[in-house]
Design a protein. Structure first.
Length: 130
């Protein structure tokens, strides 16, 4: 609702400031859509309870929201560098094609490292067997 209200206000402002009716409406509708989309994204991020953050390598700073994978009795998801073998794809040569598996139970994840090089969770390393 907030995004719609701000977008509606921007729609009216752009329509009144731009003398060409068609261009004013077009710009106003783009601002309306952008406002609604921005607030939807903000709500998704604020309500996310689990995410994966890449802390090193060429994808450093990239985050993936994992909430949609937390369903109890849901399928395990693979994290890796291959789009054919993984649901979360990290195109980095240091990551195995199928590096790790995540299984959600509704409130927690089970992480299984499937790589030969190991993985880090909260700066704690695994040896490829956890």
């Amino acid at each position: 609702m907030v995004g719609g209200a701000i977008g509606g206000y921007l729609l009216e402002v752009s329509f009144s400031l731009i003398k060409n009716t068609l261009i004013g409406k077009a710009i106003g509708l783009m601002l309306l859509g952008a406002s609604v989309g921005a607030f939807i994204s903000l709500i998704v991020v604020l309500l996310a309870s689990a995410w994966l953050e890449v802390t090193s390598g060429k994808l450093k700073g990239t985050e993936f929201i994992l909430d949609k994978f937390m369903h109890a009795k849901g399928p395990a998801i693979a994290i890796g560098s291959s789009a054919l073998k993984s649901e979360i794809v990290l195109p980095d040569p240091d990551i195995a094609p199928q590096h790790a598996m995540l299984t959600g139970d509704g409130s927690h994840f089970t992480f299984k490292d499937m790589s030969l090089t190991g993985s880090f969770i909260n700066n704690t390393g695994s040896n490829g067997r956890n």
